[in-house]
Unconditional design. Structure first.
Length: 84
């Protein structure tokens, strides 16, 4: 089963593990991503969510970080969601 974690922790994880890799070429973009994520989960910091659901919301729904479907699927493997 996927483990659910407070969205504020998943946001920090996402920023540290995905955004900082994906957007590392552009420090302004990274700041922008971070600010958008803060805004998206505002008021829901304690909401329990899986990593995968969070990435879906951030990348597919809100288009923050703009990762490709390929990377999305690959990162599902790389970040061990199946093991959680
Ligand atoms: Zn980003």
């Amino acid at each position: 089963m996927f483990r659910k974690i407070k969205s504020i922790h998943v946001r920090n994880w996402f920023y540290g593990n995905i955004c900082t890799k994906k957007c590392s070429h552009d420090i302004k973009k990274q700041k922008c991503c971070y600010d958008q994520m803060v805004e998206i989960i505002k008021g829901h910091e304690d909401y329990l969510i899986t990593h995968k659901a969070f990435i879906w919301i951030i990348c597919h729904k809100h288009k923050v970080c703009d990762i490709s479907d390929e990377l999305f699927n690959r990162s599902a493997h790389d970040f061990g969601w199946r093991k959680l």
